[in-house]
Design a protein around this ligand. Structure first.
Ligand code: HEM
Length: 436
């Protein structure tokens, strides 16, 4: 395979694995060592870190407005896919080399990779192939149990919905809605859901999205003692720690940070509903229907999922391989950083019908949540354990707004039938609310 200059940027190039330099190999080892700790940050608080690889992407040329950028980069990825016959392509970006999975037929192999970082050093005398439950497995078990992964309605749904109804008043307290107000309301709700009511006012805990107060650990530990039983901390406390290897304070900090994804998803969903008034009326009717299971709201949930398909909060997924792997007959050494550009696949017009249009109904079909091309919450062993809780929270907040208000999109101006822009910066979203 040749090493074509990527059309992405002068600083990046696509290469074959065999051309990996010693520097690449050294960098790979370093990345492997960091992988476990950065993975969460990369997905939830520092998506830019991940984007760095695909930041092998072109800069917008003059005259390309921001909304055109991702599509141009998608065109680049499509061109790479065509040039390499669909085979994964090694791309050198600013943060190192990464193997890009560009063809849907390789997605299954991506998800077969383990999600944790490096394999723990084998115990002396351990048989070949013996895998030990690393810290990721322990953390994952707590996440799944506390977050009730897989249950569409969280066991603490009742108290959580009461919190969300109260905090949603901050969303509807004015005639307009934008990011600052949304962040404030969601962060308060998140502190109450994770740590309990005592933490509601502690705006200092997370100074900015993903940035914690220097004494956050001590403060979280103090709230942990007060946390009501239905809170995530209260549930974690009941879970126990038989091996003594858990870090509930660290996990609570992760859960709080994960909620930072919600405001952007919420605003984009409401904006799209503002542009699709018929769908808005239908989901508002669902939210207002008497006797409705308030935690479910399937039609509104489908809108949230569709907003996430069009604008995934985590646009690229990464795995660092633990062993040598083979991709379309080409061997890649252990420690290869493999990137699945989820945004690209979710909006790939060659494989997804009406890829650039808001079609929430696509999530109504059976098995839609398991379609590997769609990965707003990933799949397999790394699938977001907070998926159902995040959907519950986002849907409930949308429902609270829509029950009493009609949402009008002020900016950006979107074409309801035309292709939607590739990028929707929540910072630029402004909505107007009128009473229903
Ligand atoms: C709309 C909001 C959210 C989105 C779009 C989202 C998306 C994701 C994605 C795509 C991954 C998997 C990354 C991969 O495969 O490498 C992930 C992992 C994870 N998410 Fe979320 N998430 C959201 C909210 C939450 C919330 C609210 C929590 C907890 C309260 C949470 C907890 C986690 C954890 C702990 C992991 C790591 C799982 C592991 O390492 O096994 N997420 N999330």
């Amino acid at each position: 395979m040749t090493a074509p200059a990527s059309p992405a940027s002068p600083a990046s190039s696509a290469t074959s694995a065999s051309s990996a330099s010693p520097a690449d190999r050294a960098g790979r080892a370093a990345r492997t060592a960091r992988a476990a700790s950065v993975r969460f940050a990369a997905t939830h608080t520092l998506p830019v870190l991940v984007r760095g690889f695909v930041g092998a992407r072109p800069r917008a040329t003059k005259g390309h407005a921001a909304p055109g950028r991702p599509r141009w980069s998608a065109a680049t990825l499509r061109a790479l896919r065509a040039r390499h016959g669909g085979a994964p392509v090694l791309v050198r970006g600013l943060t190192g080399a990464a193997l890009l999975v560009l063809d849907p037929q390789d997605i299954r192999q991506f998800y077969a990779e383990p999600v944790s970082g490096p394999a723990p050093a084998p115990a002396p005398g351990a048989p070949d192939g013996c895998t030990r439950a690393g810290p990721h497995a322990e953390r994952r078990a707590i996440d799944e149990s506390v977050l009730a992964a897989g249950l569409p309605v969280h066991p603490s749904c009742g108290p959580f919905l009461s919190v969300l109804a109260e905090e949603a008043r901050r969303l509807t307290g004015g005639n307009t809605l934008e990011l600052a107000r949304t962040r404030h309301a969601v962060a308060r709700a998140a502190r109450r859901i994770v740590l309990g009511d005592a933490a509601a006012e502690d705006t200092e805990l997370t100074r900015r999205p993903g940035r914690f107060h220097p004494k956050a650990g001590a403060r979280i530990a103090a709230y942990a003692d007060l946390a009501e039983p239905h809170t995530l901390m209260g549930r974690a406390r009941r879970h126990g720690d038989p091996t003594g290897g858990l870090d509930p304070v660290g996990q609570a900090a992760q859960w709080l940070a994960a909620f930072d994804l919600v405001p952007g998803v919420l605003l984009r969903t409401l904006l799209l509903l503002g542009v699709h008034p018929a769908e808005q009326d239908a989901v508002a009717a669902e939210a207002r229907a008497p006797g409705v299971a308030r935690g479910a709201l399937p039609r509104l949930r489908a809108c949230v999922r569709e907003a996430l398909r069009l604008y995934p909060a985590v646009p690229d997924l990464i795995r660092i391989t633990r062993a040598e792997t083979e991709w379309r007959g080409v061997r890649r050494p252990a420690g290869t950083c493999v990137v699945l550009p989820a945004l690209f696949h979710q909006r790939d017009p060659e494989h997804v019908p009406a890829a650039h249009v808001f079609v929430p109904g696509r999530w109504a079909s059976r098995g839609a949540e398991h379609d590997l091309r769609m990965a707003p919450f990933s799949h397999a062993g790394g699938r977001c354990p907070g998926e159902q809780l995040a959907l519950l929270v986002t849907t409930a907040l949308c429902a609270e707004v829509l029950r009493g208000h009609r949402v009008h999109a002020v900016r950006p101006v979107l074409d309801p039938v035309g292709p939607l822009p590739g990028l929707l910066d929540p910072q630029g979203i402004r909505l107007r609310l009128t009473r229903r």
